[in-house]
Design a binder for this molecule. Structure first.
Ligand code: ATP
Length: 241
């Protein structure tokens, strides 16, 4: 089944259309990278995919019209660009909370859930943070905790908005390795990223919202080079506005 199909997709804020009459089709794949200059509408696109922003036209995810999906939290996990926690919370508890969406409302976290959360912290090399107050971690440490929470959700689809922000080079590479592992275990990943240099590790497709002819292209060395050049140049929409 096609991963995404957009037809005349239009959305924005008030009178302003940020995404304007976009049509494209992403064939069956486990990975799609969403690229584009700052302000081209990548996060806006994710707001649509996460039902946080209404749209006109059509956007289908794995055959389902986004506005009509009734159980989105069970199907799609979302790592947003700006995640804030304003209260003290233990890292292990925040990761455990990832299991919330797949529990009945009366169900408590089981010993298995606790063991899984601990295992995920270990997998991400952040077990030493388990008992720490999340609000006192560095930006990069917090980002790794959000990734562990996302894994805890166990949804078939993951949306990640710049998951490598704040991360050092070691963890950047690790996040791409992690996403590659997920895709090989049947998860579908749609990822906004400025780290185009890591896409060579991935099999899938890319969508560059800065390209004047927006379309889906396979991730190949040639396309990575082409889109790196496009993204290193000035945003073409600035020249037409
Ligand atoms: N809540 C909002 N209200 C009004 N305008 C907004 C809102 N959120 C975003 N915008 C505008 O929409 C445009 C696209 O923003 P968006 O956050 O989708 O860009 P982006 O491609 O994700 O950028 P970046 O790479 O900087 O994260 C920007 O011009 C932004 O100012």
């Amino acid at each position: 089944m096609n991963l995404l199909e957009a037809q005349h997709l239009t959305a924005g804020y008030g009178q302003r259309s940020v995404l304007d009459n976009m049509s494209f089709c992403c064939p069956p794949t486990r990975f799609l990278a969403v690229l584009g200059h700052n302000g081209t509408g990548k996060s806006t696109f994710f707001k649509i995919l996460s039902q946080a922003l209404s749209y006109t036209g059509s956007l289908r995810l794995l055959g389902q019209e986004i506005q009509k999906i009734s159980n989105l939290p069970q199907q799609v996990a979302i790592l947003e660009q700006k995640n804030n926690v304003v209260f003290s919370v233990k890292v292990a508890d925040l990761v455990l909370a990832g299991a919330f969406a797949r529990k009945a409302f009366w169900e408590d976290y089981s010993p298995t859930d606790h063991a899984e959360a601990a295992q995920l912290l270990a997998q991400l090399d952040i077990s030493h943070l388990a008992d720490k107050d999340f609000t006192q971690l560095s930006g990069g440490e917090q980002q790794m905790v959000w990734l562990a929470q996302m894994m805890m959700q166990k949804t078939p689809v993951c949306l990640l908005d710049e998951p490598t922000q704040h991360l050092d080079l070691h963890n950047r590479k690790k996040v791409f390795e992690l996403m590659r592992t997920w895709t090989r275990h049947d998860k579908t990943v749609i990822c906004i990223t400025h780290d185009i240099q890591y896409l060579g590790m991935m099999e899938g497709f890319l969508l560059n919202l800065s390209a004047l002819e927006v379309g889906i292209e396979p991730i190949t060395p040639q396309n990575i080079a082409k889109h790196t050049a496009l993204l290193e140049a000035i945003n073409p929409f600035h020249l037409t506005q």
